[in-house]
Design a protein around this ligand. Structure first.
Ligand SMILES: [Ca+2]
Ligand SMILES: [Ca+2]
Length: 216
């Protein structure tokens, strides 16, 4: 029987079976979710800031402040404590295999902008940095790929003046979806089989009633 000629409920069951089979095909490869944090919802000052599954905290005393950065949109700095800014940690709830962040400043001082990523055991998985001249106003993107990234630390180091004096924006990550929550391919096949059997059962039930049942 062609699916478009089936009664409504049977059609729905058959469609569910096809959807489950399609999902099984999709689930065969790696499943990824990407997130980008723009900080546009950040308060002027907060203890920490969470957006898109990432929580940002200061590596020093104080919290996270937001400002319009050199790219003209809202970005973050740590809270200034006695004329010192601190590096920022971004903890990714689902973990990640790739992280990038835009870092920069209005001229004033040279900044060694950096991004470093760690696993859950605080072991560094990689670091990248770039020296930005004191005459430069703007932001540059730093990125790193590594297995099992749990969190990133970023900001500016010497010769930056006053600590980590670089704005951060557009924190982006690629994170594996919680794989444990995805049923085994065999479960999808069972689901498709069940939906198909259910569909046949409904057809048989309708036939026993002489096919008089109306689709509801
Ligand atoms: Ca922004
Ligand atoms: Ca600076």
């Amino acid at each position: 029987m062609k699916i478009e000629r089936m009664p409504g409920r049977v059609r729905a069951a058959a469609a569910a079976g096809l959807a489950a089979a399609a999902a099984a095909l999709v689930a065969a490869g790696p499943v990824w979710a990407d997130g980008t944090v723009t900080f546009e919802a950040a308060a002027p000052s907060s203890v920490s800031y969470t957006e898109a599954g990432v929580t940002f905290t200061s590596q020093g005393s104080g919290g996270i402040d937001s400002f319009i950065g050199p790219n003209g949109t809202k970005g973050i700095l740590s809270t200034n404590d006695f004329s010192n800014y601190f590096e920022i940690r971004g903890t990714i709830a689902g973990g990640a295999s790739f992280v990038s962040v835009d870092l920069g400043d209005f001229n004033q001082d040279p900044d060694l902008i950096f991004l470093e990523v760690f696993d859950a055991g605080d072991t560094s998985l990689g670091i990248t940095s770039q020296l930005v001249a004191s005459s430069y106003t703007g932001m540059n993107t730093l990125s790193l790929s590594a297995s099992n990234i749990s969190y990133a630390v970023f900001g500016a180091r010497a010769p930056a003046l006053g600590g980590s004096t670089a704005y951060a924006d557009n924190f982006t990550y690629r994170s594996p979806v919680a794989v444990a929550a995805v049923p085994e391919p065999g479960a999808y096949a069972t689901g498709a089989l069940f939906a198909g059997t259910l569909g046949l059962g409904l057809v048989r039930g309708r036939r026993r009633k002489g096919g008089a049942a109306s689709a509801s």
